[in-house]
Design a protein around this ligand. Structure first.
Ligand SMILES: Nc1ncnc2c1ncn2[C@@H]1O[C@H](COP(=O)(O)OP(=O)(O)OP(=O)(O)O)[C@@H](O)[C@H]1O
Ligand SMILES: [Mg+2]
Length: 406
């Protein structure tokens, strides 16, 4: 490192900061206390009590639903952590699977099998072989598994409901019910495609979370800022402003992102205290509609087509663009990034995938257009903000690929 670079880096490390532990504001952090979800945590404990006192009752499964940022993932994971802490002797095993990342039934079953025995190869079995292997492993190890399947509605929209039947049937085929389930989804719509008895079993063990209200968000922000900031570094007004802004969507994720952004702005300005103005500046940069984690899980060409759509929407200033326009814009973006454009049918499947993930919205054109065509838009969002984020994500992905290829 050049001396001046070293100096810069040293001064950066020594720079005063309002953050005591910025990690407490990361997306993966699970706080030890969840204000306004105490009752739901107790409901979960009651639902799973029989499993953990060794009784062999009926199959235990609970479905947690609620809008984005209502704390579904955090509640399920926090409950899993509690069981992990309590049940050290009872062969407890927490398995958390996010179905947006583990996108196929095969991957999910093989992940479960490999949790039980690391020597199981990730590939090479047929799906049926893998299922019977899992049944044998469960009976052999007799574990107390809590399987959290997060964003299961997304998986069902891709592969249909058969997989859920298969998964639940595994518990009928083992000598004891070794697996208990927490399913996490936006709503119960995915269940309505299933037979009547499965539907009613899901409905009877359902925890529905509401959007957070402004006072709820205030408590959440307070408890998270106590973990993340030094004492007295964030003003009451700043806290209130964050709660006010985030209460329009009731989304705790947005509140935490604003909290993080406001702290960063204060640090950038060398301010020892986070004021409402820092919150306003953070608001201009952070948009609740973008789920950054989802954009990061897209493949390179899915990102390129998304960028193409955004650029075209920006250029035309229309609310919707046609599929043909998005494909011609995609070709230009590919040229810019020196990527060979994918075939038409492949691009179609990318568009379908983006729509399933709620990254884009589509509708069929109505009157006033010749013939019927699919129109594409991006839900309520400042296109500039996603564009910036997306360009960075594409550049990073290209760098990593080039690095691996070297
Ligand atoms: N009661 C709470 N107390 C403290 N932090 C919370 C609480 N509820 C949610 N959060 C925080 O808000 C963010 C979003 O929560 P979470 O990821 O659980 O939402 P979600 O309902 O799963 O959203 P999505 O549908 O988008 O997946 C996380 O950073 C989480 O730590
Ligand atoms: Mg979630």
């Amino acid at each position: 490192m050049h001396t001046s670079d070293e100096e810069y880096f040293n001064s950066l490390l020594k720079k005063p900061t309002v953050f005591k532990d910025i990690g407490c504001l990361s997306v993966t952090y699970i706080p030890p206390y969840l204000p306004h979800r105490e009752e739901e945590l107790r409901t979960l404990a009651k639902c799973f009590k029989t499993v953990f006192d060794g009784q062999d009752g009926p199959l235990k499964k609970v479905c947690i639903t609620g809008p984005t940022g209502s704390g579904k993932t955090t509640l399920a994971k926090r409950f899993g952590q509690l069981l992990e802490n309590i049940d050290k002797t009872n062969n407890f095993m927490l398995v958390y699977i996010n179905c947006r990342i583990y996108k196929s039934p095969y991957l999910i079953i093989s992940t479960l099998a490999r949790k039980l025995n690391k020597a199981i190869p990730a590939r090479g079995y047929s799906f049926e072989e893998l299922q019977s292997l899992l049944i044998r492993l469960l009976d052999f190890y007799s574990p107390n598994v809590l399987l959290i399947l997060d964003e299961v509605d997304y998986l069902i929209s891709r592969v249909g409901t058969d997989f859920l039947y298969t998964l639940l049937r595994i518990s009928e085929m083992t000598t004891k019910q070794w697996i208990s389930y927490i399913f996490v989804a936006r709503n119960l719509n995915f269940v309505y495609q299933m037979d009547a008895s499965t539907q009613s079993s899901f409905q009877s063990s359902h925890i529905s979370l509401d959007r957070y209200s402004e006072p709820d968000l205030k408590d959440i922000i307070k408890s998270r800022s106590e973990l993340a900031f030094f004492d007295d570094t964030i003003t009451e007004d700043a806290n209130e402003l964050i709660a006010d802004i985030a209460s329009r969507s009731g989304d705790a994720r947005y509140a935490i992102e604003l909290l993080w952004g406001a702290g960063q702005c204060a640090d950038d300005e060398n301010s020892p205290i986070v004021y409402p103005d820092h919150v306003r500046k953070a608001k201009a940069l952070i948009h609740p509609e973008i789920r950054r984690e989802i954009i990061l899980t897209l493949t390179l060409h899915q990102k390129l087509i998304l960028l193409a759509i955004i650029r075209k929407l920006k250029h035309t200033k229309n609310a919707y663009i046609s599929t043909n326009d998005s494909i011609s814009s995609y070709k230009l973006v590919c040229e810019e990034y020196k990527e060979e454009p994918r075939k038409h049918t492949q691009v179609w499947s990318y568009l379908k995938e983006l729509s399933k993930q709620d990254v884009i919205t589509t509708k069929i054109s109505g009157e006033g257009m010749r013939g019927k065509t699919t129109l594409i838009s991006i839900p309520d969002i400042s296109v500039e903000t996603i564009e910036m984020f997306l360009v960075k994500a594409i550049e990073n992905q290209k760098k990593t690929v080039e690095h691996v290829e070297k």
